[in-house]
Ligand binder design. Structure first.
Ligand SMILES: Cc1ncc(COP(=O)(O)O)c(C=O)c1O
Length: 405
């Protein structure tokens, strides 16, 4: 299959495939007119996975190395380590950055719980900060500053929905206070600030290739860093702290190993790496197609009771458009709106129920007010977004929103 060169041909090809696969895809296909997220099954992807299977080498090997090299080139990072998923990338980055017991890590509560869990598993304490508000779901620098103590070892910064947070402001704060910045770039593959890829501005960046992400492979992740020490520690920790891989020994590059750190098995396998190589080549087209749909949503909802965050982006920012989110006027308006969309078979979600409200985190001390997080989390609704949405699917989402708002 020829590679797409523009977002139009990309969307056309994907739309065609999506229509075809509607009738042929086996397995679980929920009965949504418009699902929240969707994947396109291409021959190119199936061939890549098939080649990896037929190669006879399934665990970490040459395709993983090629995927890392391609990701390095794409992001401009000095080092890239493919891992089992985005959560392991976060845990590895924090561990490799030396975060552990006695440390605090500041992060927005409006994030996926994986971020706080990863902090907790290092032995450090997650400390939640607030967001900007209904127009900006990214972390608020004043709130971050209010949450700092001499124990703050890192800030785990999310680029919510693929919209870059204020990295210049955060890096300035980090220099003044001496903490590390780790970027949760799970939503931000392909997002840029100027020429710099999100994930490459802090000490380390962590990506997810989960099925609902912009470059899905099923389960997979990537850690990027420019720091030699973080890379070396993360590389060892990824595979039990062992100095050689099974792949090295199979190739005859090594015959034994030492264990230098008490590590994990966070490795990616060849089949997912092969899929990742294909998906990476289409990432910019996918992001552009998503951007066009988000622009249409904004245009259609203008003047309605619903607003969308990130309407005003700095000139030099390229967003990845991972999530499309609307904000209702009141918290009471949210569930009737979701119910109406559900009746029209339009899937919705909430990204995210704030972490400090979950049972597992409810007893944690709150260092700063999280009023804007609570307010926004009660009013937001995530609506469908994927690059190959058919025009009538976009129209159905808009129509259902306007009817219910
Ligand atoms: C913001 C954020 N961080 C971390 C993760 C964890 O990634 P994974 O599901 O690949 O472990 C996700 C994925 O859902 C996410 O959305």
């Amino acid at each position: 299959m020829p590679r797409c060169t523009t977002s139009q041909t990309y969307r056309f090809r994907c739309l065609l495939l999506a229509v075809l696969q509607k009738n042929t895809q086996k397995g679980y296909t929920p009965n949504w007119e418009v699902p929240l997220a969707d994947v396109v099954v291409t021959d190119e992807l199936a061939r890549a996975a098939d080649d990896a299977v037929r190669s006879g080498w399934w665990s970490s090997g040459p395709r993983v190395e090629a995927f890392e090299a391609a990701f390095r080139e794409y992001t401009g990072a000095r080092f890239a380590l493919a891992v089992a998923n985005g959560t392991t990338a976060l845990q590895l980055a924090l561990n490799a950055a030396g975060i552990g017991p006695g440390h605090e890590v500041v992060l927005p509560s409006l994030n996926f719980v994986a971020a706080a869990n990863a902090v907790s598993h290092t032995g450090a304490t997650p400390v939640f900060c607030d967001i900007g508000g209904p127009a900006d779901f990214n972390l608020d620098l004043e709130s971050v500053e209010g949450a700092l103590t001499p124990r703050t070892a890192a800030v785990l910064a999310l680029h919510y929905g693929g919209y870059p947070c204020d990295m210049a402001g955060l890096l300035d704060l980090s220099e003044r206070h001496g903490f590390a910045v780790v970027e949760d770039s799970a939503h931000a593959a392909g997002a840029r600030i100027g020429e710099a890829s999100c994930g490459t501005l802090g000490l380390a960046g962590c990506f997810s290739f989960f099925s609902n992400k912009n470059m899905p492979v099923g389960e997979g992740g990537m850690l990027v860093t420019d720091d030699d020490g973080v890379y070396e520690r993360a590389r060892l920790l990824r595979s039990h702290g062992m100095t050689t891989l099974t792949w090295d020994r199979h190739r005859g590059h090594a015959s034994s190993y030492d264990v230098e750190l008490r590590g994990y098995n966070f490795r990616l396998d060849e089949i997912h790496a092969a899929m990742g190589l294909v998906q990476l080549a289409h990432l910019d087209d996918e992001n552009r197609a998503r951007g066009e749909i988000v622009a249409r949503y904004r245009e259609e909802l203008e003047g309605s009771a619903l607003t969308m965050p990130f309407a005003e982006l700095p000139q030099n920012v390229t967003a990845a458009h991972h999530l499309a989110v609307v904000v209702c006027e009141t918290a009471e308006a949210r569930e009737p709106l979701r119910a109406r969309l559900n009746e029209r078979r339009v899937q919705t979600s909430v990204h995210y129920p704030p972490i400090h409200r979950f049972t597992a985190y409810a007893d944690d001390e709150l260092r700063v007010p999280l009023d804007r997080t609570d307010d926004v989390a009660a009013r937001l609704v995530t609506i469908p977004l994927f690059g190959h949405m058919r025009p009538e699917q976009v129209a159905l989402v808009v129509e259902s929103l306007l009817e219910a708002a």
